[in-house]
Write a protein that binds this ligand. Sequence first.
Ligand SMILES: Nc1nc2c(ncn2[C@@H]2O[C@H](COP(=O)(O)OP(=O)(O)OP(=O)(O)O)[C@@H](O)[C@H]2O)c(=O)[nH]1
Ligand SMILES: [Mg+2]
Length: 201
Amino acid sequence: MAFGRSSRKRRPVEPVTLKILVAGGFGVGKTTLVGAVSEIRPLRTEERLSEAGRPVDDLAGVEAKTTTTVAMDFGRITLREDLVLYLFGTPGQDRFWFLWDELSQGALGAVVLADTRRLEDCFAAVDYFERRAIPFAVAVNCFEGADRFPVETVQAALDLDPEVPVLLCDARDRPSVRDVLVAVVEHAMARADRIREPATT
Ligand SMILES: Nc1nc2c(ncn2[C@@H]2O[C@H](COP(=O)(O)OP(=O)(O)OP(=O)(O)O)[C@@H](O)[C@H]2O)c(=O)[nH]1
Ligand SMILES: [Mg+2]
């Protein structure tokens, strides 16, 4: 039989693919995070920061930054043999808000990256996901020189529901980013389970 032997081999697992957004304020490290974990060469849409944008592009804390995302970042990570995440990094600047609705279509969950030196920059992302009931985790990108706060302080400052995971991370570090992504997926799955099986009283 022509295909006899190969048909006895273990069938490759068809992985579940999930879409995760990576959001947060301007220059908080979204593009860096996607690039750190992606197993494919990440798609980037970077443009050079221009003199014209200087009054609105606040570079405090990220003075070395020379480019900004104008559409999205895209990357992929296999969390398990049967679970692949597609990562969509959003543009950080307010003038690109109109892209968010498009990018968030079909997303399982989101990472909101935060920088404790300018925590208010992530308020808009937190509001966006809360309003649309998209599960998210907050990841504090620990830049050198930024004060370290316990996760409880960040949770309180952002007025988050207690079940929203808050983690400290380094957006440049693959294992650290992986932990954040696992937290988002677990949180989203747990919430989906709760919705499917409402508590019986
Ligand atoms: N020290 C330090 N620098 C970082 C870290 N993450 C990002 N950076 C730097 O901070 C700057 C901003 O990073 P990006 O990844 O471009 O930020 P972004 O959120 O994609 O920015 P926009 O798309 O413009 O909103 C870059 O110069 C990075 O090299 C970090 O964890 N620590
Ligand atoms: Mg970016």
